[in-house]
Design a protein around this ligand. Structure first.
Ligand code: HDE
Length: 697
């Protein structure tokens, strides 16, 4: 991939330095900037350590070398126990609808009010160095630096969770992570331990349907939804509470890739999602999401078919509308990944006046876990002072002191409260955070309410809300994952759950897994099971994006290509708000039919079509039919149901790919500006799903 202007901007001058043999090393460095030790002493030679004679030992006295290596030795901190691989950016939340009658939460105080935010997206299971397109849930964490303190909305891209009680979380995470003896598989749920645990945990079935759907292989961070998952409370100044569920809706619309693309993407560009976010911000194509809320009262909660405190259930938008109250825009990449993205500490317990918890047992457990894990990960209690974690919109004033790496010592003798010195901060009953006065009764016991008992109805509702193509994706994902399980009893146990979700799905899975005997349905609480109507809002394919904005067209060409046609295509892509990448045999450039040299962004061997949303093929004198990577480029785009634009000169390549005579609404012939524009207009939808039937079975 190419260097961005931002990446090259800091390379200002070339300076010289003398090596051991007196040779000159030339390298880039900042103008007039001196290299120093951590103590500020200017370093004279950064290439050779202090030695006793040319063949002699290195001296302990060499403080510059020791300090440099000492610091390097301590660069690593523990990675997050979950959500280790993540990527962050700064931005702004703009309120578009004041909610002062419903909550005193600062970001919603007036329409037009702006609040600074930091967002971190993540995968859950893989370690820091794993690939972006693992089949996995994505984290979607937002830190609002409000003028009444920091509020963290630590969500996922799936609105429900695997378990109903935090006490199960360590087991869930142990099961999905690499097995403790062999330390594999990495960043995958396709293994015995995960499905063993899941098949013994019926409450996970709803989330499993989401996990096996295309939601877990998103096209990019910018094309996925975010959800707060739990029911929270909005609270007014007077102490009146309204239940609320938070939703982030991507302006680019929901988009995912196919499983085969995910697998190939992980090889071609394991950093695909972080690169996509970085590139989008870098070119000024700032990603945006709308913040929506589902707000309801106790009466709605009582009448709803499920317990609103059960995190394995959602409230369909069809039953309670999502009202848009603001927009999130990410417009600034981090200056330093470690300082910001790695050290940011999100915590569900970070709430502000106007936002409160409910008794969702998962949320209650999370409120303990985040602070606890951060103490270990960031090494002491003062991580709240790091710039990315420190409040920005309001003063911080208290008597917390000392601890590792303290940088904010109070002046004076007063470090306690109450004090008679007339100094220092005091609590303020009116301005301060007051917990919602929720009445609490009941015996102290380890229990789960009956209202949490139905594990299958919403799993079924999700499944029947998908298009046939999406249902096929769920089935193939289940078959893929369960086929990786060595233990037959696990496969069989999973099918016994599927029987409670959808008979057709269960039978097809049993068949494709080659189960010798179809198991009995898992025991289910029949008393609570319901036949819910499909909720179309749950489908990706039924809600396609409105434009090609922010997406990437890969144009494969070779010397002698039609320059006018490329210009027409470039114009059409740019008018649609998309980005074009030129893929050619040589990175140094491609000569068009008019003898103009055009810049090339990717060499064919390193840019398979899985990296692009749609493709165009404009071969020149080299028809590319005998270039294997070019054949794969076109064949894959076809199998992946993408829109494909073809110039006449692509005829031999088309023949080589076995596509001659293939015609559907996704194959477009490119001749001129008009055809380029109608090609782009077709590209704005998702894929040509009808093509899938050609390859299924
Ligand atoms: Fe987390 N989770 N989680 N989680 N979670 C962490 O906190 C935990 C859950 C989520 O970008 C950890 O600082 C428990 C649900 C995100 O830095 C840890 C339970 C949801 C992130 C932790 C859950 C999430 C985390 C690890 C069950 C969606 C990444 C590092 C009760 C609503 C935050 C850290 C970032 C991170 C605990 C379940 C989202 C261990 C105990 C449900 C997005 O504290």
């Amino acid at each position: 991939m190419t260097e961005t202007p931002r990446q090259t901007a800091s390379i200002e001058t070339l300076t010289s330095e003398r090596g051991a043999g007196g040779e000159i090393h030339q390298h880039a460095t900042g103008k007039d900037e001196r290299l120093t030790t951590a103590q500020g002493v200017v370093i004279a030679d950064n290439q050779n350590s202090l030695r006793a004679g040319a063949p002699g030992p290195t001296l302990l006295e060499d403080f510059a070398m020791r300090e440099k290596i000492f610091h390097f030795d301590h660069e690593r901190i523990p990675e997050r126990v979950v959500h280790a691989r993540g990527y962050g950016a700064h931005g702004t939340f703009t309120c578009t609808r004041a909610l002062t009658d419903i909550t005193r939460a600062a970001p919603f105080a007036s329409s037009g009010k702006e609040t600074e935010v930091f967002v971190r997206f993540s995968t859950v299971a893989g370690s820091k160095g794993s690939a972006d397109l693992a089949r996995d849930v994505r984290g979607f964490s937002v830190k609002f630096y409000t003028d009444e303190g920091n509020w963290d909305l630590v969500g996922n891209n799936i609105p429900v969770f695997f378990i109903q009680d935090a006490i199960k979380f360590p087991d869930l995470v142990h099961a999905v992570k690499p097995a403790p003896d062999r330390a594999f598989p990495q960043a995958q749920s396709a293994h015995d331990n995960f499905w063993d645990f899941i098949s013994l945990t019926p409450e996970a079935m709803h989330m499993v349907m989401w996990q096996m759907s295309d939601r877990t292989i998103p096209r990019s961070f910018t094309t996925m939804e975010g959800f707060g998952v739990h029911t929270f409370r909005f609270v007014t100044v007077e102490g009146v509470s309204t239940f609320v569920k938070f939703h982030w809706k991507p302006r680019m619309g929901l988009q995912s890739v196919l499983w085969d693309e995910a697998v190939k993407s992980n090889g071609a560009d394991p950093d695909r999602h972080r690169r996509d976010l970085w590139d989008a911000i870098d070119r000024g194509d700032f990603p945006e999401w709308d913040l929506g809320v589902q707000m309801f009262d106790q009466a709605f909660a009582d009448s709803f078919a499920f317990d609103v405190l059960d995190p394995t259930k959602l409230i369909p938008e069809e039953d309670c509308p999502v009202e848009i109250i603001g927009t999130l825009r990410l417009d600034r990449a981090v200056d330093n990944f470690f300082a910001e993205t790695e050290q940011v500490a999100f915590c569900t317990a970070n709430v502000i006046p106007g936002i409160d918890f409910t008794d969702d047992p998962l949320l209650q457990g999370r409120n303990f876990s985040y602070l606890d894990t951060q103490l270990k990960r960031l090494g002491g209690p003062n991580f709240t002072k790091l710039p990315v974690n420190a409040p920005r919109g309001c003063p911080v004033s208290n008597y917390q002191q000392d601890g590792h790496m303290q940088t904010a010592a109070r002046k004076g003798r007063v470090n306690y409260e109450p004090n008679g010195w007339g100094e220092g901060p005091r609590a303020h009953p009116l301005e301060g955070y007051v917990s919602y006065r929720a009445p609490v009764t009941g015996p102290k016991a380890r229990l789960r309410p009956e209202s949490f008992a139905d594990h299958y109805s919403q799993a079924r509702q999700f499944y029947i809300s998908q298009t046939p193509s999406e249902q096929e994706h769920i089935l193939s994902a289940l078959v893929f994952e369960l086929s990786k399980c060595v233990e037959p009893a696990i496969r069989s146990r999973m099918v016994s759950h599927l029987l409670n979700i959808d008979l057709g799905l269960a039978q097809a899975a049993a068949d494709r897994l080659g189960l010798v005997e179809t198991p009995k349905a898992a025991p289910a609480s029949q008393a609570t099971q319901m036949d819910l109507a499909p909720a179309p809002s749950l489908s990706i394919q039924a809600n396609p994006p409105a434009s090609f904005k922010g997406r990437i067209m890969g144009v494969m060409l070779s010397d002698g290509f039609d320059g006018a046609l490329l210009a027409a295509l470039e114009q059409a892509v740019s008018e649609a708000g998309g980005v074009i990448r030129i893929v050619a045999p040589r990175i140094g450039g491609a000569m068009c039919s008019n003898n103009n040299l055009h810049a090339v962004t990717d060499q064919i061997g390193g840019a398979p079509s899985v990296l692009f949303d749609a493709i165009a093929v404009l071969p020149g004198v080299d028809d590319l039919a005998s270039t294997p990577a070019a054949v794969d480029f076109l064949k894959d785009a076809h199998v992946h149901c993408k829109h494909i634009g073809l110039s006449e000169s692509a005829a031999d390549l088309v023949m080589e790919c076995g596509l001659k005579g293939a015609a559907d609404e996704g194959l477009h012939s490119l001749r001129d500006s008009d055809s380029a524009h109608s090609f782009l207009s077709a590209c704005k939808g998702l894929r040509v799903w009808g093509r899938e039937t050609l390859f299924s079975g």
